[in-house]
Design a protein around this ligand. Structure first.
Ligand code: C5P
Length: 224
């Protein structure tokens, strides 16, 4: 059976990664969380005091950033590693969410990440979620899904996720962060968040996770 690329783009906290992960598992595909890559770059820049306004410092830092997705037998999941260190938990924290969109708007950061993402998916058989997968990373993806959901519902879902990880953040703070990220992501010059012309839109506001997964798999089956 031929393997395809499934690109899942959309606004922050629409359920893209949870859906993409499960779709990949059910189809026997690899899952690539491109948001985790931008979050890892953000963590590296913060830890190494790289000024975002200093293009030379950014360019010099990029070759020192190695992001991998390694299997963790304890959790049974692939987790994000930055230069060999597991950063899966750290990169999900609010202080990273607060600045990641500024980092991911830097063109040089995007060129480096997009090149790595294209390499990771070159053999196809991947589900990749992000903001520019269907438009920039894999414009030839066989299936493109653009996810949306009501902003308050997205903030509520994110709040529960953070709470499960021990971070208690007010709904208004989360909502503000989502809106700010969506705005910066949609208005940057390089690889802005856009629905690809040939993407199918999926509003997840009132769908269960299982419904979202089944829907994507059904769409994928039609493309194979
Ligand atoms: O998907 P997630 O919310 O973890 O992504 C974090 C941030 O990374 C986004 O708000 C966006 O700024 C950036 N991102 C991006 N392009 C992608 C994936 C994520 O710019 N393909």
């Amino acid at each position: 059976m031929p393997k395809i690329v499934i690109a899942i783009d959309g606004f922050s906290s629409c359920g893209k990664s949870t859906t993409a992960k499960q779709v990949a598992a059910r189809m026997g595909y690899a899952y690539i969380d491109t948001g985790a890559m931008y979050r890892s770059v953000t963590l590296y820049f913060l830890e190494n005091h790289i000024a975002l306004t200093n293009p030379k410092a950014v360019l010099d830092a990029l070759p020192h950033i190695h992001i991998t997705f390694n299997f963790n037998p304890k959790t049974g999941r692939n987790e994000t590693c930055l230069n060999g260190l597991n950063v899966e938990e750290e990169i999900r924290k609010m202080y990273i969410s607060n600045i990641v969109s500024e980092v991911s708007a830097i063109p040089e950061v995007r060129y480096a990440m997009v090149a790595q993402q294209q390499k990771l998916g070159r053999r196809r058989g991947v589900v990749m979620d992000g903001r520019d997968i269907g438009t920039k990373v894999f414009p030839d993806a066989e299936l493109k899904v653009f996810m949306t959901a009501d902003a308050v519902i997205r903030a509520q879902r994110r709040q529960i996720e953070l709470l499960q990880k021990g971070e208690m953040i007010g709904l208004d703070v989360i909502l503000e962060n989502l809106k700010k990220r969506d705005f910066i992501d949609s208005n940057r010059s390089e690889g802005p968040l856009r629905k690809a012309e040939d993407a199918i839109e999926l509003d997840t506001s009132y769908l269960t996770l299982d419904e979202q997964i089944d829907w994507v798999i059904q769409q994928a089956d039609e493309k194979i």
